[in-house]
Write a protein that binds this ligand. Sequence first.
Ligand code: PMP
Length: 391
Amino acid sequence: MKNRSLLMIPGPIEFEPAVLSALGAPTTSHVAPDFIEVFGASLEQMRQVFFSPDGQPFILAGSGTLAMDSAGANLVEPGDRALVINTGFFSDRFGTILERYGAEVTHVRAPVGGHPSLQAVEELLQSGPFKLMTITHVDTSTGVRADVRALAALAAQRGTLVVVDGVCSVAGEDLRMKDWGVDLVLTASQKAVGVPPGLALLMAGPRAMAAFKARKKPVCNYYADWTNWLPVMESYEKRKPGYFGTPAVNLVWALHTSLGKILSEGMDARFTRHALISRSCKEGIRALGLGQVPLEKNYAAHTMTAPRFPEGIHGPDFLSRVSKAGVVLAGGLHPEIKAEYFRIGHMGAATLGDVLAVLGAIETALAGCGYQVEPGSSLQAAVKTYRSTVP
Ligand code: PMP
C-alpha cells in the first residue's frame, strides 16, 4: 500500500516538488553571496505578490502567529484604541494579541459564519478615533472572507490604519494592498504562499512604517521588534549581509522558488484559478445536500471550504474514513460549532483533480457513516461547474 496521502487541510498544504527540493538543498551560510541574493530577491518578489510597490517587507523565522504578534508589538502603544472586525477564532486571537500590547480593543462581531455589516463598522469608526483596525481576510475557523476593499475604504476616511491577517489569503485571494489602502498585510509560508511551515511574512506600507517610527515607547517584544529587523531587511535588499537572528536559510530558498512560481503563473490567473477550484468544490459539497458555515456565498473564501455535517455524523469517525480513502481533511475549529463541520483547504497548487479526490473520499466516508449519497454526484457537480468556466 502506498505510504502517501493527499493533504487538503487549510494549511499546511501540498507543496510543489521544486519548492521541496529547494528546501532540501545543502544549507548555506546566511551571509553566503548566493543566499544574500536569494533573500534580497525574495523581498522584492514579496512586493509584487502583496501588490505593495512602496511597502517594507519582513521575512522572519516563525509561524503566522508571530507575524500577528509582530504587527501588534510594533504598531500598538499602551492606550491605543483598536477595532477588530471579528469573523471567527483568528480575529479573536488578533484582539488578544493587541490587548497584550496595551490596546483598548473593540470587537465588531457577527453570528458564526456571518460578517459584520459595513454600516456597523462605519458607526463604530465614527465613535473612534481608532488607531488601527484589523481584518481577518479569510478566517480559517469559519471560511468567511471579509470584504477588505470596502472595509479599508471606511477606515481610510478616518485615518485608521488597516491591518490585514492574510494568513489564509495571500497569494490565493485577490488582495491589492496599495490600491485598496491597506497599511499592513501579514501571512505565513504554509498556505497559499506554498512553502512548508516556518516563515512569518509581513508587508508594512508607508503609513504603518510612519506609525512605527513615531512611537513614543520602545517595542515591548525583543524578537519581533522591527528596530532589530529593519536594518537586516534593508541590507539584504541592497545585497549586503545583515544579522540580528539567523534566518531560516533553507525556508528562504524555498520561498524564493515558490514566489517565482506564483509570479510566473501571474497573480490574476492565480486568483481566478483559486476561485474556480473553490466554486467546483463548493458545488460538489452542495450536491451532497451539505450546508456550509459561511452564511452568504459571496462572503465565502476561495482558499477553503467549510461544509457542515449532516445530522448524526460523528466528526472523528468521518475524518478517519476520509483518511482511509487517502485524503487528509481538517475538523472544526470555531469553539461554538467545533463538532458540526469540517474543513477542506484548496490553495496553492491545488487542481480540479485534487478536489475530485477530496469529494470522492467524502462520499465514501459519508456512505460509511450511514449517510446515503448517489455515488459520483458531487464529482459530477464539480466537473460541471469547472467545465462551465474553463473552455
Ligand atoms: N490567522 C489565520 C487566518 C490562520 O488561518 C492561522 C493559522 N491557521 C493563523 C492566523 C495562525 O498561523 P500559525 O498557525 O502559522 O501561527
